[in-house]
Ligand binder design. Structure first.
Ligand code: XMP
Length: 518
C-alpha cells in the first residue's frame, strides 16, 4: 500500500507558554518542515485556516489539574490530524482523555536516560536508549485505555505514550533542546512519518513564493521602505525590489548617529551593488539639534524615534501615489506568545520605528514576518547579498546616541567613532568578528581619569569595549576575547584616539546587565 502525502500546509504548534516553544519551531524548520506557532487559545476558525498536517502542543508552566489551566479548542482533536503533546502538552492528552496527572513526588529536572519499550513510529530509526532532557513537576500516573506506554525513564514510568488509532502521541521530555541530542529525529519522525508531511521548506522555494506574493499584493503600486543598512531591511528591500523593481523607493536616513563608514557602505552596497532605488537623506543636523543637552536614555530614544518619523514622512510624501510601506519585521516579533506573567515591563523602548504605519495610512508589506533571523540570512544569501553584509552585527536604531552615556555632542561622537572603528578592525583582523554576536564601544563622558603620556599628565575620557555572545539578544554572555586581542585594541585606542586615556572591558552578562549601556 502506498501512503498518501498529507494535504496539510504546515505543522502547527500551539504555545502553552513554554520558554522552548520557539525552539520547537526552529528545529522543525531546520528539518525543512514548515511550521507556525499560534497561542494555545487559537479559535477553531484559526486552526482550520492554518491547514495543519499535524499539531504539536507545547510545554508550559501550568499544571493540568489546576483550575483554569490552559486548554486548546477541542477542534485540535477533531481535525483528523496527528497530535504530539510535549511535557504539559502530553499531560493534557492524558487528562483530557480520562487518565490521571498528579504532582511528581520529585520534580524532575535535567538529563535522563529514556528507554524505549514499544515499537512506535515516533522513535523509528533511533536507538533503544536515548539521552533526553526532562523539566516537569507533574507526571502522568494513569493512562486511559486507548493509550499505551512507549518509553520510560527511571523516575517517569510514562515518559512517552501513544494511541495509534487516534494518532495521538505524548512525550514527557523536550526533544527541541540541545540536551536531547537526537531530539530532532523525534520531531522529524512526527512530521514526516506520522503526519506524512512531505513538503520541503527551502530558501529557493521561499524566494519564489515571496516574489509572487509581493507581486500579487502590490501590483503596480508604489512601496516606500526605510533602509537602515542592516541585515533585515536590506533583505526585505532586495526581495521586494526583485518583485517590483523601481516601484520600491528606499530611504536611508543619516541620523548623524551612525558609525564610521555606515553611510558610505549603504550607498555602495545598497545603491550600486544591489541596485536599489535609494535616496540618502542627511538629517544629522536635525537629530543632533533635537538631542542637544538631553541625557535621559528613554528621552533620547523618543526624540530619535519621532525625528525619524518626521524625516521619513517628509520623504514619503514626495513620492506621488505611494500606498505601501515595507518593513523587515521578523517572526519573533509576530508570534503572539503566551506569557503567564502578563506583559513584561518596558526595560528599553526598542523598535523606535514602530509608529510609522498608523500615522501614514500605508498598507504594510512584510515579506520576512514568518522568518527567524538565521533564515533571513539564508534568504539574503539566496538573493546574492554579500556575506560581509549578512554577517553584520546588530546595530540599534538610536545608534551611537545610546553609546555616548548622557548628553550627545559631535565631539564625543567623533571620539567614539574612532575607537569603535579600531575595535572592529582588530576584531576582524584577528578573525573574531564573526565569532561574536555583537561588539561595540561605549564612551563614559562623566568619567575622567588621570593618565601619563610621554612625560605629561593626562586627564581624559574612558571608553568601554563590549563584546557579547548570544543567540537572539534576549540573554547574553561577555565574549572571552583573547588577552592579546584586548591588548591590541586598548593600546591602539589610547595611542590613536585623542581624548581617551583608559579602556575597560565589560564583563557583565545579560541578565542582570543589558547589552547596551543605555
Ligand atoms: P539590550 O541593551 O536591551 O539589547 O540588552 C538587546 C539588543 O537590542 C538592541 N537594542 C536596540 N535596538 N532600538 C533598536 O533597534 C533600541 O532602542 C535598542 N536598544 C537596544 C541592542 O543593540 C541589542 O542587539
Amino acid at each position: 500500500m502506498t501512503v498518501a502525502a498529507s494535504a496539510g500546509e504546515k505543522i502547527l504548534i500551539l504555545d502553552f507558554g513554554s520558554q522552548y516553544t520557539q525552539l520547537i519551531a526552529r528545529r522543525l524548520r531546520e528539518l525543512e518542515v514548515y511550521c507556525e506557532i499560534l497561542p494555545y487559545h487559537a479559535p477553531k476558525a484559526a486552526l482550520i485556516a492554518a491547514k495543519p498536517a499535524g499539531i504539536i502542543l507545547s510545554g508550559g508552566p501550568a499544571s493540568v489539574h489546576e483550575k483554569g489551566s490552559p486548554r486548546p479548542d477541542k477542534y485540535v482533536f477533531e481535525a483528523g490530524v496527528p497530535v504530539l503533546g510535549i511535557c504539559y502538552g502530553m499531560q493534557l492528552l492524558v487528562e483530557l482523555h480520562g487518565g490521571k496527572v498528579a504532582p511528581s513526588k520529585k520534580r524532575e529536572y535535567g538529563r535522563a536516560d529514556l528507554e524505549i519499550v514499544a515499537d512506535s513510529p515516533l522513535f523509528a530509526d533511533l536507538p533503544k536508549h536515548l539521552q533526553v532532557w526532562m523539566s516537569h513537576g507533574d507526571s502522568a500516573e494513569r493512562l486511559n485505555n486507548g493509550f499505551r506506554v512507549d518509553a520510560r525513564t527511571g523516575s517517569a514510568p510514562y515518559a512517552a505514550i501513544s494511541d495509534e488509532t487516534t494518532r495521538q502521541y505524548g512525550i514527557q521530555f523536550h526533544p527541541e533542546v540541545v540536551h536531547t541530542p537526537l531530539g530532532a529525529k523525534v520531531l522529524e519522525n512526527f512530521a514526516r512519518r506520522i503526519c506524512r508531511f512531505d513538503k520541503r521548506f527551502t530558501m529557493a522555494g521561499l524566494l519564489e513564493s515571496q516574489v509572487a506574493a509581493i507581486k500579487a499584493q502590490v501590483g503596480d503600486g508604489k512601496v516606500v521602505c526605510a533602509l537602515s543598512g542592516g541585515v533585515d531591511s536590506t533583505v526585505a528591500a532586495t526581495l521586494i525590489s526583485k518583485a517590483i523593481g523601481k516601484n520600491l523607493y528606499c530611504v536611508f536616513v543619516d541620523t548623524g548617529l551612525l558609525r564610521h563608514g555606515d553611510r558610505e557602505r549603504a550607498e555602495k552596497v545598497l545603491g550600486q551593488e544591489l541596485k536599489l532605488n535609494l535616496k540618502v537623506v542627511d538629517a544629522s543636523k536635525l537629530f543632533l539639534g533635537r538631542l542637544k543637552g538631553v541625557s535621559d536614555p528613554e528621552k533620547k530614544r523618543k526624540i530619535i524615534g519621532k525625528t525619524f518619523i518626521d524625516v521619513f514622512n517628509a520623504e514619503a510624501k514626495k513620492i506621488k501615489g505611494v500606498s505601501f510601506l515595507a518593513q523587515g519585521t521578523l517572526y519573533p516579533d509576530v508570534i503572539e506568545s503566551v506569557s503567564v506573567h502578563g506583559p513584561s515591563v518596558v526595560i528599553k523602548s526598542h523598535h523606535n520605528v514602530g509608529g510609522l504605519p498608523k500615522k501614514m495610512k500605508l498598507t504594510l508589506v512584510e515579506p520576512l514576518r514568518m522568518l527567524f533571523k538565521d533564515e533571513v540570512r539564508r534568504l539574503g544569501k539566496e538573493l546574492g547579498i554579500s556575506q560581509e553584509l549578512l554577517g553584520l552585527h546588530p546595530f540599534p536604531g538610536p545608534g551611537l546616541a545610546i553609546r555616548v552615556l548622557g548628553a550627545v555632542t559631535p565631539a564625543l561622537l567623533s571620539t567614539l567613532r574612532a575607537a569603535d572603528l579600531i575595535m572592529r578592525e582588530e576584531l576582524k583582523a584577528a578573525g573574531w568578528y564573526d565569532k561574536v554576536w555583537q561588539s561595540f564601544v561605549v564612551i563614559l563622558p562623566s568619567v575622567r581619569s588621570v593618565g601619563v603620556m610621554g612625560d605629561g599628565r593626562t586627564y581624559e575620557n574612558t571608553v568601554v569595549v563590549r563584546s557579547v555572545d548570544s543567540r537572539d539578544g534576549m540573554t547574553a554572555d561577555w565574549s572571552r576575547l583573547p588577552y592579546d586581542l584586548l591588548h591590541k585594541i586598548s593600546s591602539r585606542i589610547v595611542s590613536e584616539v585623542k581624548g581617551v586615556n583608559r579602556v575597560a572591558y565589560d564583563i557583565s552578562s545579560k541578565p542582570p546587565a543589558t547589552i547596551e549601556w543605555e
